[in-house]
Design a protein around this ligand. Structure first.
Ligand SMILES: [Zn+2]
Length: 261
């Protein structure tokens, strides 16, 4: 078969494309892993040096109840204004980092970029931040996705993080609550709208009370924003007889550093 001049470039292009694809595949396996920001990972923990330097870890002093950082140490057991004015259903919340640009990149890479490898670092940071609540816990309960979202994403990021924490601290994972109603995304909703959106969305399934009754549980999620979702989950677990419910998230939204009252 003869090749006309007009066909040659197209075939070469096809061949070049094939070559590039093969090279890309080889490079993918040969190159070091990428950070959530797509830069090569420099040090340990799956992050590049620049992202590492920008991670904003949450450490005491913070509100005993909500885990919101304080500007100075007011002494043990002091609560934030939010915790007194609008106490949550759960006992204590702890978070590894503040939700900022770096935290957002990590959460998005895990959730939407299939970067499940990042869960190891993120889960280990959570295990460290939550040492206090994990030390008293009977089980970790990941905040569930609705089955339709789970089907589309193929994994629940909260369950992936819970698995890493379980491996780190030895507290087992219990899928004790189910999302019985699909909810709209919470992004862009007001505080009241968020609460209404998730009302009644979670339930301990019939026959699942034994895994909850009298047990000290820690809800696990990636991000704590208004707390409406977590609070609804905590209420469902407490209604089913949980002895206590604490919360451990990867990142929490912190408006500003609070002055304790
Ligand atoms: Zn980076």
């Amino acid at each position: 078969m003869s090749v006309t001049p007009s066909e040659t470039p197209r075939r070469l292009t096809g061949l070049a494309y094939f070559g590039r694809a093969v090279c890309g595949l080889l490079l993918d396996t040969a190159l070091p892993p990428l950070c959530a920001c797509r830069q090569p990972v420099g040090g340990s923990g799956g992050l590049c040096a620049s992202c590492w330097s920008k991670v904003s870890f949450i450490a005491p002093p913070y509100c005993e109840r909500l885990g919101i950082p304080f500007a100075y140490d007011p002494g043990p057991g002091i609560l934030s204004m939010e915790a007194i004015a609008d106490p949550p259903a759960y006992e204590r919340a702890r978070a590894a980092v503040r939700f900022d640009d770096v935290a957002r990149d990590l959460v998005h890479a895990l959730k939407y970029g299939d970067r499940l490898d990042l869960a190891t670092t993120m889960g280990q940071w959570m295990a460290r931040a939550g040492r206090e609540v994990l030390g008293e816990a009977d089980a970790l309960v990941p905040v569930p996705l609705h089955w339709r979202r789970l089907w589309a994403r193929r994994f629940n990021q909260a369950a992936v993080l819970a698995k890493v924490i379980a491996e780190t601290c030895g507290v087992p994972v219990s899928h004790a609550i189910k999302r019985v109603r699909a909810t709209a995304q919470q992004v862009g909703l007001s505080r009241a709208e968020r609460a209404a959106n998730v009302q009644g969305a979670f339930r301990v399934p019939a026959g699942g009370e034994a895994a909850v009754h009298g047990r000290r549980l820690v809800l696990i999620d990636d991000v704590l924003t208004s707390g409406a979702t977590i609070d609804t989950c905590a209420r469902a677990l407490l209604r089913a007889g949980a002895a206590s419910v604490d919360v451990l998230v990867f990142a929490r939204v912190v408006a500003a550093v609070r002055t304790p009252i």
